[in-house]
Each structure stands twice: as structure tokens, then as C-alpha cells.
Design a protein around this ligand. Sequence first.
Ligand SMILES: [Zn+2]
Length: 315
Amino acid sequence: MDCVYLGTEQAENVLVVTSGTHGVELLPGSACQFALLDSGALDPKRLPENIAVVLIHGINPWGAAYRRRNTEDNVDLCRNFVDFEQDLPVNSAYADIHDTIHALELDQVRDFVERSVGQNNTASFMNAVMGGQYICSDGFSYGGEKACWSHSVLAEYLPTLQNGRKRIDFLDLHSGVGPYAYGSIVAVQRHAALKRAKQAYGGWLIAPREFAESKPDEFYDVTGHSADGYERILSGSDTCAVVLEFGTYPVTEVFTALLTDHLLYAAGSVNTELISEARDKLEELHCPENDCWREAIVQRCFQAFDQACTGLLAS
Ligand SMILES: [Zn+2]
């Protein structure tokens, strides 16, 4: 995990831009961070007054290295930011489906996903399977039993930014959900933080906890989201943490690939051909080899960066 601080030490507002929470998604996230750097927009002399920017690159390095979603301990990092001092969230719908998933043969995965997603129950299926679970350490969407390495490193580093700041906001770069080449802003926080997010990014953002009925089915609420963690780690600070999610392929495609890779991993497969095929697929589904897609997401990142800066300075 690499980190760079750009701007003056005295800046009252900080924008933290993170990439690779889900390992394989580092590819577009990293491209955006480098594009911001290369453009000169982060030159301390060009940054808006009173704003410092922190780029944190590859917060899930193991996942990125192996082109997988999860961390080295089969943890979905974006489900790991629960408070492990408290009772862990219960996802009984996952418990019902765990055995079914693990009994699937690889050539049955697509059918299973199409059946599960295609019967007007996308939202409940996605909540069960993607929402986060804390009971099956070999399962899908596992949130862990303690703060994983990436979580611990951030919990140690982020408070060092707090001293004397007015606001510390986050733009977390993800990919794989939503319309192709479209960058959706997702805000899981509520109340004052959501109000600030809307002020910065516009009223069209996706807020799965606030407007559960009106959100697109493929955007689901989760437990242990990084935004929950950053809010807790930086308690006492005014923090607005959003995800910029770059859409790629339909949910059935992405989910079939994620589940296939998960089953290979869970079975301890050493079939290098199958594994590399699965990881190539994941790479394409999170960072399409298409110049227009790549150009569009970088442009969207510049736009979101400007919106985030305007939001930080808004009264
Ligand atoms: Zn992601």
C-alpha cells in the first residue's frame, strides 16, 4: 500500500482518494490516480486553497497482485469495516444459500446466477450473497473475524490526518457495478454526510440506505462498508466518504465470474489454466480492454475530483 500527501500541512480540508479496495479493481483506480497526478491537478501550487489531497494506492495489495476481489484471508475488505468489539451483523439469508453455492460445479455457475438474478428477486439475492456475512470463513462475501491487515493499516494511518482539520472526505474508486463506462456515486452514509455528498455530487447519487426502494437492483446495501469504517476511525471529524463506481458489464456476467473464481479458490484449485482463465475474465469485467471505456472513466474521475473539492469548501 502506497500513500502520498500533496498540499500544505496547514490545509484544513483533506480529500483522500483510495484505489483497489477490491483487489482486481485497482487497475482502473490506479489509472485514475496516475491521471490525476500526471495532469498537474495535484500540484500543491494548483490545488484549491485550503485543500490537501492524499492518494492511497492499492489498499488491498494481495487481491490486486492475484487479480482477485478479496484479501489474503478471503475477506471482502469492503465488508470488514465493522466494529469487531460489538456483536457482528447477522445475514441469515446467506446461511441458507452457502451450501448451495459450494455444491455448484463450475459449469453450473452461470445457470445458477441467471436463475437467481432473473426471477424478479435480484435485490434479495444480491443482499443475501453480496451483503456481507461473518459466519463462513471459506464463504463468499466474508467480512472476517477481526480487522484484516489493510483495515489495521488504515486505522493506524488515517487518524494522523485529523489534527486541526475541518473536513476529511473520501473518494474510493471501484468498478464492476452499473452501466458501462458510467461512473455512479454511491453514498452509504446518512444524515449530514449524505447531505454533503448530495451538495457535492448532485441529487442523482445512489444512497442504498436512504432510498432503498428507488435504487437500481444491482446496487445493494452492505455491512462493514469502508465508509462506515472511515467514519468510526475518524470519529469527531466531519467525514463524507463516497464510492465512485465505474460500470462495466451486466451483473450476471460479473457475478458469474466472481463466483467461479471464488469456487476455484475455495476448492484450493491448482489448475493454473482454469485459474488464469478466471482471473483474465475478472480483469476484463473490472477494467474492459476498450479505449473509450478507459477514457470515459478517467474523465469521470476528473469531474468527481472537482466535485469533491467544491464539496469540501462548501459552507
Ligand atoms: Zn468494488
